[in-house]
Design a protein around this ligand. Structure first.
Ligand SMILES: Nc1nc2c(ncn2[C@@H]2O[C@H](COP(=O)(O)OP(=O)(O)OP(=O)(O)O)[C@@H](O)[C@H]2O)c(=O)[nH]1
Ligand SMILES: [Mg+2]
Length: 367
């Protein structure tokens, strides 16, 4: 495997040199695009090859309804925070790098069981592997939400963290452009939908550069060339994130600081103290909100007690039926809803009805 990596690195060097030597003009434009697509592909292959060489990492199974990763510099208070919101004890101390592996815990909010990962601290150049940063950053990708834990007395750490995420192509709170590329055996590149803003010719050139010669392509959202390449090569990752400013017990002006922070970064920001218990209920609510989940209640029959079920925001009666019981979907006749999405108690609705937080639902099957 190291030989393979060395060969890839050699190829990357050659291609990079070729790109730098090629003058950028109308005539060479297409050539450069192919070269850049090739460079992107080789970079990804190198990452994959090195991952296999040092096959280490943390593997913590996802459990519960959703997963949250606590991310921040050493000593920001991540372990103190998990201890305050979840049913676990993670070691805390005044020195950096106290936590060296992922400590999982569960936070119960409303009816949701939210899995929380206390992560080892990240530092500058984590994306290059400094302080084991690459492994930590790979391990946080499966999470449904990132909670950045920032020490209110060291807020400049947040810019550094954002830079690490940028380097690793993790996009925060952005919508992933919707596109689909179905590879075929023959037929060339067929562009079926193209709302990307890129000329179809360019998309074809890029795909060929990436070694895709036959495919049906649909792009439903606007996307630039680099992002398009990253999505096709699987190099880019989209995640939701919120921020907590911790240790607010150490200063009086924290509400003002938090407001300014929200304005500056455009991210939901909650000032808290993990050790003094300030704003912990607000943080739990913000995590639940940030996960984009809702709790609904299933009643076996009208009049009986409902069982809670966790769904994604925007879920329909059909989605709930599928999650509850796969067989029921085909037999489903209608449902009766009581709660925020209903106009009145036991309103009869169809499969496409969108549910809301706190709804109670009774499925009615075809006899
Ligand atoms: N005053 C104050 N101190 C806090 C607060 N939260 C954490 N601390 C202290 O900050 C120090 C570091 O806390 P930890 O929870 O171990 O920090 P960590 O982010 O888990 O650190 P690493 O595991 O090294 O990445 C400890 O001495 C905590 O007692 C807080 O809200 N207020
Ligand atoms: Mg810790």
């Amino acid at each position: 495997m190291p030989d393979k990596k060395a060969a890839l690195e050699q190829k990357l060097e050659e291609l990079t040199e070729e790109v730098s030597k090629t003058k950028d003009n109308k005539k060479t434009n297409k050539h450069i695009r192919i070269l850049r697509a090739k460079v992107a592909k080789i970079k990804r292959d190198i990452v994959v090859a090195s991952r296999k060489v040092h096959g280490e990492g943390f593997f913590v199974k996802k459990t519960g309804d959703a997963t949250v990763a606590l991310v921040g510099f050493p000593s920001a208070g991540k372990s103190s925070l998990i201890n305050a919101i979840a049913n676990t004890r993670s070691k805390t101390a005044q020195y950096a790098f106290t936590t060296t592996t992922i400590i999982p815990g569960t936070m119960i909010y409303k009816e949701a069981h939210v899995q929380i990962f206390d992560m080892p601290g990240l530092i500058e150049d984590a994306h290059l592997g400094v302080g084991g940063g690459r492994i930590v950053m790979a391990a946080l990708k499966p999470a449904d939400l990132i909670v950045f834990v920032i020490d209110i007395n060291n807020m400049e750490q947040f810019d550094k963290l954002l830079n690490e995420f940028k380097q690793l192509k993790i996009r925060l709170n952005e919508k992933k452009p919707s596109l689909q590329i179905s590879e075929r055996l023959i037929g060339g590149i067929k562009i079926e939908v193209n709302k990307s803003g890129l000329p179809g010719q360019d998309i074809e050139t890029i795909l060929i550069g990436l070694g895709i010669h036959n495919a049906d392509v649909s792009v439903w959202d606007k996307v630039d060339e680099d992002t398009f390449i990253d999505i096709v090569t699987g190099d880019i990752h989209y995640m939701r994130a919120i921020v907590v400013l911790n240790k607010v017990d150490t200063r009086g002006d924290y509400q003002k600081v938090a407001n300014e922070f929200t304005k500056k970064y455009g991210m939901k920001t909650i000032p808290i103290s993990a050790t003094e218990g300030i704003n912990i209920p607000q943080l739990k609510a913000a995590i639940y909100e940030g996960l984009g989940i809702i709790t609904i209640y299933l009643k076996p029959r009208i009049g009986e007690e409902g069982h809670p079920m966790i769904l994604k925001k925007g879920a329909t009666v059909g989605v709930a039926a599928k999650k509850f019981h796969t067989e029921i979907v085909d037999e489903l006749k209608c449902a009766y809803i009581t709660g925020p999405s209903a106009r009145f108690s036991n309103q009869r609705v169809g499969i496409a009805h969108v549910l809301q937080e706190g709804d109670t639902i009774t499925f009615i099957k075809n006899k």
